[in-house]
Design a protein. Structure first.
Ligand code: COA
Length: 386
């Protein structure tokens, strides 16, 4: 397999974007990444786009064709990739594999979701859970993650305040991210006293319903310097599957797919968790951020809350988490999230993240989850190849 680099990255503003259409969102992000990579459209060989449910959110299928057309890229082949909230992470992996295999030299991996055009996004999001055994019985994603939170609190004594700390860290980082949906800080008290959603989770424990898109340009490492002086190298791309439904698990306080994908990724990159300088984790709900801290290996099982409370996950801590603001505060347009995470790590490793920069970051990781852990993609990036 060939070595692979990222040579361009772009993200639209995330939020409730009434004045921007689905096609405009993905075109802004895709063309932004192409421009950032100093790429001539003629060099682009393929596009892979993560999207969970344009059919349900905006009534549009066949989006791969719509996207190449809107971006003015015909006849470049464009392929849609779907894996719920991990659609972006899997599109990224498809792009990396296409270049690593030697089939293509330069491709775009992008992600897009426009969720706010429907009156109630919850039933559409719930199609990513097990229909027969979860959604049709009335379970929604906030309620499934609330059950995980309840169990984690019962098993390990995790406190409500510790869960809230995940949101506090995310919002603090988002306050320095101009593309974030919620660029303001919150306190533990504010999280605890926001509207109840699914006990113990409140509004400020939840990622929002968002519109947005992100894109990156992937290139054969040997050609990367033809386009940029600061290529960022892909050190590992790993993906794992877990059970789609919670009731099939021995233990709902661990996402087995996160453990499997991250261990594969550490092996592939030849690193341990201690070598990672900055990580974007999939905190769709505060409890999932806490699980990620444990399952990726930043904390022992049951001690994620303690690590958060001690400030280890702050930008200047031992294991900075979600410098972008994470899904909670940067926003979570489902199909775009995995790519936005990668874009943030690219900016961090290039030293371009402004006030949210993790000092001297050299190795970064992204962790993108579909559903309650039915799919997980973990990527590791470095300033250098080894
Ligand atoms: N965090 C902070 N503020 C939020 C928010 C969030 N997650 N979601 C909405 N808000 C704000 C809105 O901006 C709005 O503020 P305003 O009154 O100042 O304009 C206010 O709260 C009400 O917004 P509304 O859209 O009516 O909220 P809602 O009650 O319909 O939805 C949730 C709130 C938490 C239920 C919804 O955001 C949600 O379902 N989130 C989870 C999404 C999800 O499941 N993703 C997939 C994960 S696997």
């Amino acid at each position: 397999m060939r070595d692979v680099a990222i040579i361009g990255a772009s993200q639209t503003k995330f939020g409730e974007l009434w004045d921007v259409s689905f096609r405009e969102l993905i075109s802004q992000a895709g063309l932004g990444a192409i421009e950032d990579a100093n790429l001539s459209g003629a060099d682009l060989e393929a596009m892979f786009v993560g999207n969970m449910s344009a059919g349900l959110f905006v009534g549009q299928e066949h989006i791969a064709s719509l996207i190449s057309d809107s971006m003015g890229m015909n006849p470049v082949p464009c392929t849609r990739v779907e894996a719920a909230c991990a659609s972006g992470g899997l599109a990224l992996r498809q792009g990396i594999m296409a270049v690593a295999s030697g089939y293509h030299d330069v491709v775009v991996a992008a992600g897009v979701e426009k969720m706010t055009d429907v009156v109630d996004a919850t039933p559409a999001i719930a199609t990513a859970s097990d229909q027969e055994w979860e959604a049709q019985q009335g379970a929604t994603f906030p309620s499934l993650y609330a059950m995980i939170a309840q169990r984690h609190m019962y098993e390990y004594g995790t406190t409500r305040e510790q869960l809230a700390m995940m949101s506090v860290v995310n919002h603090k980082n988002a306050s320095n991210n101009p593309n974030a949906q919620f660029p303001f800080e919150v306190t533990v008290d504010k999280v605890l006293n926001s509207s109840p959603v699914a006990d113990p989770l409140t509004l400020l424990d939840c990622s929002p319903v968002s519109d947005g898109a992100a894109a990156i340009v992937i290139c054969a490492a040997e050609k990367a310097k033809e386009y940029t002086d600061t290529p960022i190298y892909v050190r590992a791309s790993a993906q794992s599957s877990g059970t789609i439904a919670l009731h099939s698990r021995k233990d709902i306080t661990t996402l087995d797919a996160t453990i499997a994908a991250s261990r594969k990724a550490y092996d592939m990159a030849g690193v341990t968790v201690k070598d990672i300088d900055a990580t974007e984790v999939h905190d769709c709900f505060s409890i999932n951020g806490l699980l990620a801290i444990e399952d990726l290996g930043f904390a022992k099982k049951g001690e994620g809350g303690k690590v958060l409370e001690e400030g280890q996950t702050n930008i200047d801590g031992d294991c900075p988490i979600n410098p972008s603001g994470g899904l909670k505060a940067r926003g979570h347009p489902l199909g775009a999230t995995g790519i936005a995470q990668a874009a943030e790590i690219v900016w961090q490793l290039r030293g371009e993240a402004g006030k949210r920069q993790v000092d001297g970051a050299e190795i970064g990781m992204t962790h993108n989850v579909g559903g309650t852990g039915g799919t997980c993609a973990v990527h590791i990036f470095g300033r250098d190849l080894n």
